[in-house]
Design a protein around this ligand. Structure first.
Ligand code: NAD
Ligand code: IPM
Ligand code: MN
Length: 350
């Protein structure tokens, strides 16, 4: 198990320490960790957010554990040098086109949700976010209009093969769950979305057991807080998935609880919390490491087929939350390392 460890910027460094402690506590055979720089840290050291040494390590590894990138001191750099380009570049290089973002209520945490407890209790959704296309990767630029006004543009597009491969992942994910798939788009306005809807609908005949529905993204945002329990699996494009998953995190209680797996055709994956580098709290030791730890669990499950080990880590995180060991994001006082300590103790019976 050769893992590329890319902690990145801000709280990425702090939460990665705890995820590695948790992996260490699991006594995994053949665990080999190799660290490399990514994001603003890499830009400051090597002049590029995704340096060649980091890419080489990623190419030789079996899986990538990724913390977060983003550094306010880099916000005015040319776009290709900004930290965020590292995560976009990695996702594209690794062809991890399917980003699974599960959002499930942890027992006893209903009061931490932004929703009424009885509504919050019902959330158990996997957002399947397309990760290699959409407006993120279309032609973009700044230009002048005929009137001399500055104009920014970003082209949104999907071709049918891109929609088909993410739809297959979504239907298969639904087959392993409650067999309900909601495809979220903006087909009432966007041609990209009309194609998306057509292709997902065409594919549904290959998955007759899955109940397929379609929803416009504005309604989906509303329904997610009105009645999140109606969703089993949601499949959507890169931009809508980005936004809806942050929203889903607050239905669960905190963005510090949401993990993700970015997968391609093989078993090699990129595992990252859905949150960013949180510059507002970086360096204070108060970030919640749970999303990072749960991302490591997803790595064991999806890249190494270690379901039992992944289950153990997820159960330990849930148990620690149920014990009331809560970080600042959940209204508690536990520090990053105290949360890590509690999860390690839970795993080792200490
Ligand atoms: P963010 O997710 O970093 O933070 C949003 C808010 O949530 C902040 O108040 C932060 O303190 C809080 N938060 C996030 N993670 C937390 C955790 N684990 N524990 C407790 N609180 C947590 O989003 P942002 O502020 O919009 O972006 C900051 C930087 O991160 C930007 O540069 C952005 O581009 C980048 N970013 C990177 C990724 C990534 O690396 N995958 C994801 C999102 C944002
Ligand atoms: C995420 C982030 C990234 C995205 C940014 C940092 C490029 O918001 O992982 O959710 O938009 O995909
Ligand atoms: Mn995001």
């Amino acid at each position: 198990m050769h893992i590329a460890v890319l902690a990145g910027d801000g709280i990425g460094q702090e939460i990665m320490v705890e995820a590695l402690r948790v992996l260490g506590a699991m006594d995994l055979p053949n665990l080999c960790l190799d660290h490399a720089d990514v994001g603003g840290v890499a830009y400051h050291k090597h002049g590029h957010p995704l340096p060649p040494e980091t890419l080489e390590l990623v190419q030789s590894a079996d899986a990538v554990l990724f913390g977060a990138v983003g550094d306010p001191s880099c916000d005015n750099l040319e776009r290709h040098l900004r930290p965020e380009q590292a995560v976009l570049g990695l996702r594209k290089q690794m062809q991890t086109f399917a980003n699974l973002r599960p959002a499930k209520m942890f027992p006893g945490m209903e009061d931490a949700s932004g929703l009424k407890p009885e509504i919050a209790r019902s959330i158990d959704v996997v957002i399947v976010r397309e990760l290699n296309g959409d407006v993120y990767f279309g032609e973009k630029g700044m230009r002048k209009t005929a009137d001399g006004l500055r104009e920014g543009y970003d082209v949104m597009s999907y071709d049918e093969s891109e929609v088909r491969r993410i739809a297959h992942v979504a239907f298969k994910t639904a087959m392993g769950r409650d067999k309900r798939l909601c495809s979220v788009d903006k087909a009432n306005v966007l041609e990209t979305s009309q194609l998306w809807r057509d292709v997902v609908t065409e594919l549904s005949s290959e998955y007759p057991e899955v109940e397929l529905s379609h929803m416009y993204v504005d309604n989906a945002a509303m329904q997610l807080v009105r009645n999140p329990g109606q969703f089993d699996v949601v499949v959507t494009g890169n931009l809508f998935g980005d936004i809806l998953s942050d929203q889903a995190s607050m239905c669960v209680g905190s963005i510090g609880l949401l993990a993700s797996a970015s997968l391609g055709d093989g078993t090699k994956g990129l595992y990252e919390p859905i949150h960013g580098s949180a510059p507002d709290i970086a360096g204070q030791g108060i970030a919640n490491p749970s999303a990072m730890i749960l991302s490591a669990a997803m790595m064991l499950r999806h890249s190494f087929g270690m379901d039992a080990e992944a289950d153990r880590i997820e159960a330990a995180v849930a148990a620690v939350l149920a014990q009331g060991v809560l970080g600042h994001d959940l209204g508690g006082t536990a520090s990053t390392s105290e949360i890590g300590d509690a999860i390690v103790a839970q795993l080792t019976g200490g």
